[in-house]
Design a binder for this molecule. Structure first.
Ligand SMILES: Cc1cc2nc3c(=O)[nH]c(=O)nc-3n(C[C@H](O)[C@H](O)[C@H](O)COP(=O)(O)OP(=O)(O)OC[C@H]3O[C@@H](n4cnc5c(N)ncnc54)[C@H](O)[C@@H]3O)c2cc1C
Length: 380
């Protein structure tokens, strides 16, 4: 796909590959699979300047607004090599994009320098115990009191909680109005009434928790965008970041394909390398073809966004759906090619096999993507 990219984007890709090899790989080795966010890795990302990709030009980006092609390029390369770094990188964007997209000038002036420098790490709290796919069902409330908003409620599945510093939180400001009664707020760790919550234990280690708000006072100015426009804010955020989930899937699938090719060449059975068996070659061929199709869908969506198109709902849903489902199949086949060695704990393909699973669930399940795509086709 390199022919699609601008010179500076090719350089960005090379920069990320070098960063992974020289600085991040040793830290990834040290951290391993961890439920705790590594500050050391966050600091390396901050020093590298990659977080500047998430802010407008005024605050240090080289493009007027965040470029989706650049973010996808970085996420793919990090997912291929450095999973802890990849999660921190994307949460910095996902957690802060509502501010960049819809925040007041005052809010942007306060938070954009912190996003760009990595001085603070951001995340997003949308999901609740009774509200996952059905965002309109959230029960967390924000009630206006003098010059404050007072938040009460329970969140769940907040990536990087409780380690992240700043949380973009969605709450009901008009509980009778469903999705039309939701607003977004910026909440800082340490504020009274905000407990960043207990850690959760997933099948593949992922720093993630369940924050709680008990009479948490938030300054009025920390409302992001217009009152009761939070659903729109979250959907525009997902529009942008869903393609990047596809990019992460592509990176993970590429890692699995590389492992499979290398293993197939070096594993001998029946007097020859298993790569010489046509059934193994057919598997590799299907894996590579699906991977290329995934990458094309991801960068197609990203390219369209970077042309200034406001909403890319259809393109990003297709990219996320196809790339995450394909990556799951590709990684499964890579494990199959490894035979019994593929299921040994600590094998790279074994870790990928567990890690890929969540991508078909978060930022909209595959079923929800199909629903979005189907609805848009029927509306057209
Ligand atoms: C690793 C990980 C990280 C996450 N990080 C974050 C985060 O940082 N911040 C955050 O806010 N959330 C986060 N999430 C939450 C994630 O976005 C939700 O898990 C996801 O939206 C699905 O919600 P749910 O788990 O409640 O499932 P449910 O919505 O209860 O869905 C259960 C099943 O029903 C299906 N289903 C639901 N509705 C429909 C429908 N209308 N038609 C057909 N099928 C349907 C779903 O597809 C799914 O198969 C994360 C989740 C994971 C696993």
């Amino acid at each position: 796909m390199d022919f699609l990219f601008k010179e500076e984007q090719r350089e960005l890709k090379e920069k990320v590959i070098s960063l992974c090899k020289e600085k991040l790989a040793p830290l990834e080795e040290k951290v391993g699979e961890s439920k705790v966010m590594s500050r050391e890795i966050a600091d390396v990302l901050a020093e590298s300047g990659l977080f500047k990709l998430f802010v407008p030009a005024k605050y240090g980006n080289t493009t007027k607004m965040p470029s989706l092609v650049s973010v996808c390029l970085v996420r793919e390369e990090l997912a291929r090599r450095c999973p802890n770094a990849e999660l921190i990188f994307v949460m910095q964007g996902l957690g802060s994009y509502p501010i960049v997209l819809s925040g007041s000038e005052e809010l942007q002036a306060k938070y954009c320098p912190l996003i760009a420098s990595g001085e603070k790490i951001f995340t997003i709290c949308l999901t609740e115990p009774n509200a996952g796919s059905d965002v309109g069902a959230i029960e967390t409330t924000a009630v206006e009191e003098k010059d404050l908003w007072v938040l009460n409620g329970q969140k769940i599945f907040t990536s990087l909680a409780p380690d992240a510093d700043i949380y973009t939180v969605f709450a009901k400001t008009d509980p009778d109005k469903g999705t039309r009664g939701i607003s977004a707020f910026v909440v800082e760790k340490g504020w009274e009434g905000f407990d960043p919550g207990k850690r959760m234990d997933l099948m593949a280690a992922h720093p993630i928790g369940a924050p709680v708000f008990k009479d948490c006072s938030v300054p009025k100015k920390n409302l992001v965008g217009e009152l009761n426009a939070g659903f729109k804010v979250s959907m525009r955020n997902l529009d942008f970041f869903r393609s990047t989930v596809g990019a992460a899937a592509v990176g993970m699938a590429q890692a699995a394909l590389d492992e499979a090719v290398s293993y197939a060449k070096g594993r001998f059975q029946f007097g020859k390398s298993i790569a010489e068996f046509q059934s193994i070659q057919f598997k590799l061929a299907d894996m590579a073809t699906e991977l290329t199709a995934s990458r094309a869908l991801v960068f197609r969506a990203a390219y369209i966004k970077d042309q200034g198109v406001e909403r890319i709902t259809l393109e990003s849903s297709m990219a996320k759906l196809y790339a995450t489902e394909a990556a799951w199949r590709i990684i499964d086949e890579a494990l199959q090619i490894h035979g019994g060695y593929g299921v040994i704990k600590g094998q790279h393909v074994e870790r990928l096999y567990r890690e890929i699973r969540a991508l078909r669930v978060y930022e909209g399940t595959s079923e929800i993507q199909r629903l979005v795509i189907g609805n848009m086709l029927l509306k057209a």
